[in-house]
Design a protein around this ligand. Structure first.
Ligand code: KG4
Ligand code: ZN
Length: 346
């Protein structure tokens, strides 16, 4: 059985405080041994940004400054610890909004300094890959991860710790971005994904045959044509039922995502297929994904919705592996808003 093994310096008792502030969630978590979550606190700014119809970067970083220390304090109290019970402090350093990232990175470095602990800089995309391993550390490799969030749509082959191959990615909008833009156009508010998910339950997914872009082609995705065709359809048919549009749009997105994910799993002979990122909270995607895995005889794993959306438990988990394989990072480490997933090139 192939399983991930950390190389050094960490063990099952290594206790890490993880911090996540890359976008509009302020989160802190205490994770032991890479997967035992002692506490996970998430403070969402969604109500603050809703009135603007999207995340306002300057507002986001100020809100992180206001709530991060109380969120950290709550995570420590829930875990029954103070700084002396920790072995490292970790924070997401990219990708994301630079001002928001800097709040988390600076706070984590300051705490590491005063508590005399190692600091670990965590890649947000890598953290999303580890979310499933927090809930099921026995998952066997290689895995295919369908990572679908507001900023990313990727099919990643996970061969080992830090050993990732990009199998497919979006050529334009991310899946979550398409949900958010279509919801905005339909007047469903922000964030769009959960709004479409809810209203689609009252609609007919077969009402409108929206295009399935690139369904027959490779493993890349494209969602901007679908978004445009939803807009054009509603312009031409203003009387159309909004739940039908939402359900038909969601059906088209999920159809493409599931088709490509199972194709990727077949292509690399994956032992498991897992979902990650905010869009993985989508009810239809979760249902179709699991039934595709059953049909294909592959182990499918759906992390809980709380683990799919931005949280700090996945940061604490990714930090445990990174500390074990790469050691700590320097206190001069900055934020990188455009950070990509470290990929194998051979
Ligand atoms: O991973 P995430 O919390 O933040 C990053 O982008 O990193 O993902 C947020 C995205 C948003 O676009 C949101 O609309 C989408 O995930 N989302 C959903 C659902 N819940 C959140 N999309 C579809 N259905 C949902 N239930
Ligand atoms: Zn995310």
């Amino acid at each position: 059985m192939t399983q991930l093994e950390p190389l050094r310096t960490v063990d099952e008792n290594t206790t890490i405080l993880g911090i996540e502030t890359s976008c509009d969630e302020t989160a802190a978590s205490v994770v032991v041994g890479g997967h035992v979550v002692r506490s996970s606190v998430v403070s969402s700014q969604v109500d603050i940004h809703a009135r603007y119809g999207g995340v306002v970067p300057e507002v986001a970083s100020r809100a992180h400054v206001d709530v991060l220390m109380p969120v950290v304090a709550e995570a420590l109290v829930e875990a029954g610890l103070d700084g002396s019970g920790l072995d490292a402090v970790a924070a997401t350093y990219g990708p994301g909004l630079v001002g928001s990232l800097l709040v988390g990175v600076s706070t984590a470095k300051a705490l590491a300094l005063v508590w005399d602990l190692p600091f670990v800089a965590v890649n947000h995309l890598e953290a999303h890959l580890y979310a499933a391993l927090v809930e099921d550390p026995t998952l066997e490799l290689p895995l295919v991860v369908l990572l679908v969030s507001g900023g990313h749509t990727m099919l990643v082959a996970m061969e080992g710790h830090g050993r990732y191959r990009l199998l497919g990615a979006t050529l334009d909008d991310a899946a979550g971005e398409a949900f958010d833009k279509v919801a905005r156009y339909l007047g469903l508010g922000y964030p769009g994904g959960p709004a479409i998910d809810r209203i689609a339950m009252e609609g007919d997914p077969a009402a409108i045959a929206f295009p399935r872009a690139m369904k027959g082609d490779g493993l890349d995705f494209s969602f901007s044509g679908l978004k445009t065709s939803v807009i054009n359809y509603v312009r031409k048919h203003p009387e159309v039922s909004t739940p039908d549009v939402a359900a038909s749009f969601q059906e088209a997105v999920v159809d493409v995502l599931v088709t490509k994910a199972r194709r990727a799993a077949r292509q690399i002979g994956a032992k498991g297929l897992i979902l990650g990122g905010g869009v993985a909270a989508n009810s239809l995607l979760r249902e179709r994904f699991l039934s595709a895995c059953v049909d294909d005889g592959i182990h499918g794993f759906l992390p809980s919705r709380a683990m799919c959306t931005d949280n700090a438990a996945m940061v604490g988990a990714a930090a445990w592996w990174r500390l074990g394989t790469h050691g700590p990072d320097g206190l001069d480490h900055g934020a990188d808003p455009n950070l990509g997933l470290p990929l194998l090139t051979d």
